[in-house]
Design a protein around this ligand. Structure first.
Ligand code: 6GU
Length: 229
């Protein structure tokens, strides 16, 4: 998979050099290229924003640098992702779907967002997804893009060493994950649930399922009747 990122803060993405995704990049499973949006401006001040048409607070990202950047980056197989709190919720089923794409292009907006015509224009010839992480506001799309890239990247075959570890995690079956324990069996007076030490795998599986349901009911009751999951 190839991932291009367009941002005015390329240095945010240096964390992609480390950990699991850093390894995936050096192994050639993921190709990630970060672009500075200001490289696609032509004025002395490398201007990327302007006042909102119709008035109002804040600044809006000008369409021209975005157009030039996307002209240079898009291919016929590109999917464009625009992180925005005004987008549709990014959830595990979509992460799974995006893990099959050949080319993802993340457009990270700052200020009050990107001139909407950039999305309209890109959608003429490409799949464009405006995606939100959740119901809170970040200062820009960079941290959100990072979260999405990690969620998608770890689902690309070969990126996570043991694919079985992907199966039993939160959201993969629409429920939250069961709680985990390791040794020692008693720590600071607190005991590991006896069923996990008894060697009865059927009983362990049943207990974990029960825990998933109990935890989901307690933490995220709305997931229990969610058609998407
Ligand atoms: Cl995708 N972007 C921004 N700026 N804020 C967010 C978000 C995205 N998702 C939740 N809050």
């Amino acid at each position: 998979m190839r991932i291009d990122i367009v941002t005015i803060f390329p240095e945010f993405f240096s964390v992609l050099d480390v950990s699991l995704l850093g390894r995936a990049r050096s192994d050639g499973l993921l190709e990630v290229v970060v672009h500075d949006l200001r490289d696609f401006t032509h004025d002395r001040h490398r201007t990327v924003d302007d006042t909102p048409s119709g008035g109002g607070a804040g600044m809006v990202m000008k369409p021209e640098p975005w157009g030039e950047a996307l002209d240079a980056i898009l291919t016929p197989v590109s999917t464009v992702v625009v992180p925005t709190p005004a987008g549709r919720l990014f959830r595990q089923p979509l992460a799974r779907e995006l893990a099959d794409r050949e080319h993802l292009v993340f457009c990270c907006g700052r200020y009050e967002g990107i001139d909407q015509r950039v999305v309209e224009w890109a959608a003429l010839e490409h799949e464009v997804l405006e995606l939100s992480l959740g119901d809170y506001v970040l200062n820009g799309g960079e941290v959100a893009a990072m979260a999405m890239i990690e969620a998608v990247g770890r689902l690309v075959p070969g990126v996570v060493g043991n694919p079985e570890s992907l199966v039993e995690e939160s959201h993969e079956d629409g429920l939250l994950e069961y709680p985990s324990y390791t040794k020692p069996a008693i720590w600071r007076g607190l005991e590991t649930p006896a069923v996990l030490l008894g060697g009865n795998h059927g009983a362990v599986d049943a207990w974990r399922r029960e825990q998933q349901l109990e935890r989901t009911r307690r933490m995220r009751p709305e997931l229990l009747d969610d058609p998407e999951l």
